[in-house]
Design a protein around this ligand. Structure first.
Ligand SMILES: C[S@@+](CC[C@H](N)C(=O)[O-])C[C@H]1O[C@@H](n2cnc3c(N)ncnc32)[C@H](O)[C@@H]1O
Ligand code: SF4
Ligand code: SF4
Length: 307
């Protein structure tokens, strides 16, 4: 999996993230540059992320340029949807986006406070159900669990049901900002997490609207309880291409390599990596053994398109 961070700039100022606000965008790769990365890296799954990818007025061209033909690779747009419209959604689908991952941290206006973007929740409550009603079944809420929203895990699930979309939970990591305030550390917080996730497990059904595999939610509990998750495959199973074209093992490790030095990154970084400080979605999908990955991908991760 390759994650293209197509801009470092953002429309939000989230409490849990270091990307907030405007950035120098003069060195951003151009749409045509992405083809070189695709041909060299040949990923089966691509994430288009940022910063806020919808700030790029040429994001549809970027999607077109990363497609290798026959729908390959499976393409996920990770966005806060502050700049989404019906026209953009349809153009992005047409260009080849398979899955729209929409960040939602609270099932109400607290989302605006957490993201530093007044009116965002109202916008999502209008747009998400309206686009879901088109029936493409390609929208997944992406809820990063923090100390602030751990009690909302099931209410976020209720919101997904109400809006007619799927949900995927991920875990806050202090690695990005250095701030431990949003980690779950106290016994009360961990007990609440376990109660909420028990209930999530009981709500699974054949439609697979809860996108995380059960093994991923089990590992999420362990990550918060132990404060670490060893066995990271950053730089090997997945990597990041920064907005200005460098390779990084992940979005939180700022070791930069040229495209031509990808093998050196795996040799120098991945083989010796002892970092265990996150369990973000990209890891939760890709750290598993190959047979488990294959099984869960066929039956779970791609279920958004497969059913
Ligand atoms: C970095 S954002 C980029 C895309 C877009 N701006 C968005 O918010 O969806 C991708 C995802 O990372 C999550 N995220 C941000 N800071 C995080 C952190 N410290 N730990 C774990 N996930 C984090 C966000 O909630 C979001 O769902
Ligand atoms: S989480 Fe996404 S929306 Fe929030 S500041 Fe980071 S990049 Fe921007
Ligand atoms: S555990 Fe892996 S993906 Fe997470 S911050 Fe460390 S190196 Fe990056």
């Amino acid at each position: 999996m390759v994650s293209f961070e197509v801009t470092d700039a953002c429309t939000c100022y989230c409490k849990h993230c270091d990307h907030g606000g405007p950035r120098d965008e003069s060195k951003n790769l151009k749409p045509a540059d992405y083809r070189r990365y695709m041909e060299a890296l040949r990923p089966c799954v691509v994430q288009i992320s940022g910063g806020e990818p919808l700030l790029r007025h040429d994001v549809v061209d970027i999607v077109r340029d990363i497609k290798l033909g026959n729908g390959i690779p499976y393409t996920i747009l990770v966005s806060n949807w502050s700049h989404m419209t019906e026209e953009k959604y349809l153009a992005l689908r047409d260009a080849g986006v398979h899955q729209f991952s929409v960040s939602l941290d609270f099932p109400d206006e607290r989302h605006d406070q957490f993201r530093g973007y007044p009116g965002l929740y109202a916008q999502l409550s209008d747009l998400v159900p309206r686009l879901a009603a088109l029936g493409h079944d390609d929208i997944v809420l992406n809820s990063c669990v923090t100390s602030e929203n751990v009690a909302e895990i099931n209410r976020l699930g209720d919101k997904a049901r109400e809006w007619g979309v799927n949900i995927c939970y991920s875990s806050y990591s202090a690695k990005r900002t250095g701030c431990r305030d949003y980690s779950l550390t106290s016994p009360e917080q961990l007990a609440l997490l376990n109660r909420e996730l028990d209930r999530v497990e009981s709500r699974r059904d054949a439609t697979r609207w809860i996108v995380n595999a059960p093994s991923t939610l089990e590992a999420t509990r362990r990550f918060f309880a132990e404060g670490k998750m060893p066995g990271c495959k950053a730089g090997h199973r997945f990597l990041v291409v920064t907005s200005d074209g460098w390779l990084q093992p992940c979005s939180m490790i700022f070791k930069r390599y040229r495209l031509e030095d990808r093998a050196r990154m795996a040799e120098e970084f991945t083989k010796n990596n002892t970092c265990d400080e996150c369990y973000v979605s990209i890891r939760s999908y890709l750290d598993k053994t190959f047979p488990r990955l294959l099984w869960e991908n066929v039956s779970g991760f791609f279920s958004v398109q497969a059913r």
